[in-house]
Design a binder for this molecule. Structure first.
Ligand code: AKB
Length: 323
């Protein structure tokens, strides 16, 4: 990326956005990275570089920000996640699709250099092979979130083929982090559990004990996103979205890891509507294409991640800065 690039992050306050913005500011300089969201940012985002209140559904407002800053790349992260989307399907469809189409259209109009848009393991469905799910396979998502992500993947590839737009994407698994909380996802239990283990030594999980899902620690997700976006265009053979994987575990296995640090911790299971969503998703993912094309290589295992999560969340709780 040249020194003249200027990056816009849409959805910068979210779980991925808050960390990705800081990583990009560190890598490319604060003034080169414009954070934006519909909600007021926290101190770290606000004080570390430019911030704009921006609704990506408002095409004119998006256009103004892109023109004002001379934006050359967009990371469009704003979306309604799986569990919330099932509560309000038409709202979720509108938010998830309108924002992406606005970004793709403006990227072509303004001849932007690169666009990043996240997809998800939710693009897979009950007909997909659940173990080591291939890059290219049956995709029959049964959730509105999954349908919007699959449609988004097709739109990304379409804009690449028809308009030569350099759009890149990753199918994120459940993301686990201690800096920002996720919101409205089916995999959110894997973050909540750490807070509850430290605060109350007990957690009631909304998924069944043996629900194995692909997961990833946020530092790997950030490192992977930067690696994908910095790779030479000739290395990118997938223009829909890349499978990426790190670890897979069930709530019971995660609880066992936590018990190694907090032996008094107990877990109970009360599956709700999110169980139905999780049951249609893969248990593990084949990410060999990402490894081959642009060198994807995660670092964290469940035990290293758990030690790091407990350490940081414990500090947050002591400082009384948790949610
Ligand atoms: C969700 O649970 O909705 C997300 C995802 C897997 O895309 N974390």
């Amino acid at each position: 990326m040249s020194a003249k690039e200027c990056i816009l992050i849409i959805g910068a306050n979210g779980q991925i956005g808050s960390e990705l913005t800081m990583a990009l500011r560190k890598a490319y300089g604060s003034s080169q990275v414009v954070a934006s969201d519909i909600k007021t940012p926290g101190k770290e985002l606000k004080n570390s570089g430019p911030f704009e209140m921006l609704d990506v559904g408002d095409r004119n407002a998006l256009h103004d920000v892109v023109r004002q800053y001379g934006i050359t790349q967009i990371y469009h992260l704003a979306a309604v996640l799986s569990a919330t989307a099932e509560q309000n399907p038409h709202f979720a469809w509108d938010i998830n699709m309108r924002g992406l189409l606005n970004v793709l259209e403006i990227a072509v109009e303004r001849k932007l250099n690169r666009v990043f848009w996240p997809s998800s393991i939710a693009v897979f469905g009950p007909g997909t092979p659940t173990e080591n799910t291939p890059q290219s396979t049956i995709m029959d998502p049964g959730t509105v979130y999954g349908i919007s992500k699959l449609a988004g993947e097709r739109w990304c590839e379409y804009y690449h083929l028809k308009h030569q737009l350099d759009v890149r994407s990753l199918r994120y698994p459940g993301l686990i982090s201690y800096r920002s909380l996720p919101g409205g996802g089916t995999t959110d239990y894997a973050v909540d559990i750490y807070y509850e283990a430290l605060k109350n030594q007990q957690y009631t999980c909304f998924l069944a004990a043996d629900t194995t899902l692909p997961m990833m620690y946020m530092p790997d997700a950030i490192q992977g996103t930067l690696a994908l976006m910095q790779a030479a265009a000739g290395k990118i053979s997938i223009r829909s979205s890349y499978n990426i994987a790190s670890m897979s575990f069930s709530p019971e296995e995660l609880a066992d890891e936590i018990k190694k640090h907090l032996p008094e911790f107990t877990i109970a299971y009360k599956p709700d509507y999110r169980q139905e969503i999780a049951s249609t998703w893969p248990r593990s993912i084949d990410d060999s294409q990402a490894r081959k094309d642009w060198g994807w290589h995660p670092e964290f295992s469940i035990d290293r991640m758990t030690a790091d999560m407990l350490n940081h969340i414990d500090k947050k709780i002591r400082q009384r800065s948790f949610y």
